[in-house]
Design a protein around this ligand. Structure first.
Ligand SMILES: NC(=O)c1ccc[n+]([C@@H]2O[C@H](COP(=O)([O-])OP(=O)(O)OC[C@H]3O[C@@H](n4cnc5c(N)ncnc54)[C@H](O)[C@@H]3O)[C@@H](O)[C@H]2O)c1
Length: 369
């Protein structure tokens, strides 16, 4: 079964189609967008090994010709050099303004290819085919595209909404266990920030989700996309509510910087720990009940995920140094760190500041485990 979530952004509106088997049916899904029966596909080598042949067969079944460019997998690909590589390749493929570029892969490919599409000939349309859980529930929806700079992550980019998103939940079966769980960190975030009932559903279906039961995955992805789409429709360019999606991210970005953006800590793992820290801080500030962070940690542990600093491999900077790193985050306004905190599970809010001592205390306790 395929579910459609419509992202209503006026002239930039598009559908997110969710369900198993969409990659094989991509030709029929994409055909209505095309002015000529040809697309170009950019993917990474790992994703392509599992999903490029079915995609190209699905396109060919509808008479759509395709050429593909494969990039190395990993965060390092989201860089200036690969942006130039992709953009020049698209030009060499004679991609015209009316053509469609297809991004097949996780958030790295989606962000990079989306940005290349945004700047190519001042903007060509692109289709996101997200294959990681993180990309299906988060990065493929909402139009944030970009690359990393030596000065920091995601510092160069553009808003460029896709023309269509095909989230083939069947593709999640080939994800490495660690990448799957990292993406799950973003799923939990939606329950925490705005839907207590969904969080309860995730708790009740932890076993099915861990086992990647297809029906459970379809529901988790669909509800997450509905929530992301709702927030993006109300606040496309992050003037207010969209910042709720940064729950856990101020802590996460400091941890990613402290671990050198390496395999020691994947982004989604950092988000999960960051959410646990944000709830702990909220409880200590008397904003939410003490049971809420405990309940969150219990769910993360049941899923086999890390919930505390003590569980990150290797040494970390001390609490004061981590606090410094948090101060370098984009969410600093007039020198004060602006946290997303919570009143309860399912109700987060933007713009809270917290006394330094309280934050240090939370970091120290989490490092002790
Ligand atoms: N644009 C946004 O709004 C937004 C939101 C959140 C995150 N992001 C960005 O997303 C990126 C992280 O995304 P990610 O976690 O998808 O990383 P990723 O694209 O690197 O994918 C993770 C790994 O999984 C592999 N993979 C992906 N799909 C697979 C599949 N179906 N089978 C087997 N292997 C598969 C990839 O090859 C890669 O090795 C970061 O750069 C982050 O900044 C963007």
């Amino acid at each position: 079964m395929t579910t459609t979530v419509h992202v209503d952004l006026g002239a930039r509106a598009y559908d997110v189609r969710i369900g198993a088997g969409l990659i094989a049916r991509a030709g029929a899904e994409i055909a209505p967008l095309l002015r000529r029966p040809r697309v170009v596909v950019v993917s990474d080598a790992t994703v392509a090994a599992a999903h490029l042949v079915p995609l190209q067969a699905g396109l060919a079944a509808e008479g759509i010709a395709s050429e593909a460019l494969l990039l190395p997998p990993g965060e390092a690909t989201k860089c200036w050099r690969e942006l130039e590589h992709v953009t020049e390749w698209l030009l060499s493929q004679k991609v015209e303004r009316s053509d469609v570029v297809v991004a097949l892969g996780g958030g790295v490919i989606g962000d990079l290819v989306g940005f290349a599409a945004a700047i190519l000939r001042r903007g060509v349309r692109f289709v996101q085919i997200p294959t990681s859980l993180l990309a299906q529930v988060d990065s493929s929806v909402g139009g944030k595209t970009g690359i990393n700079s030596p000065a920091g992550k995601n510092l160069v980019g553009a808003f460029h909404q896709p023309a269509l998103v095909l989230a083939d939940t069947g593709a999640l079966q080939t994800l490495a266990p660690r990448d799957f769980l990292a993406g799950y960190g973003e799923v939990v975030k939606y329950g925490l920030l705005g839907d207590a009932e969904f969080f309860g559903w995730l708790e009740a279906h932890a076993g099915a989700l861990r086992g990647r039961d297809p029906a459970a995955l379809d529901h988790a992805v669909t509800r997450s996309v509905e929530m992301k789409a709702g927030i993006v429709m109300r606040d496309e360019t992050e003037q207010g509510e969209r910042a709720l999606l940064n729950l856990g991210h101020t802590f996460c970005h400091a941890l990613e910087a402290a671990t050198g953006y390496s395999q020691r800590l994947l982004h989604g793992e950092g988000v999960a720990i960051g959410c646990a820290l944000a709830f702990e801080l909220s409880a200590r500030l008397g904003l939410c009940a003490q049971e809420d962070p405990s309940r969150l940690r219990a769910h993360l542990r049941e899923m086999g995920m890390k919930a505390d600093l003590a569980e990150i491999d290797g040494a970390l900077p001390d609490a004061a140094q981590l606090f410094e790193l948090m101060g370098q985050d984009k969410k600093v306004v007039d020198g004060a760190i602006r946290f997303v905190l919570a009143r309860r599970i399912g109700e987060a809010f933007v713009g809270a500041s917290a006394p330094r001592e309280r934050v240090l205390e939370v970091l120290r306790d989490s490092a002790r485990g």
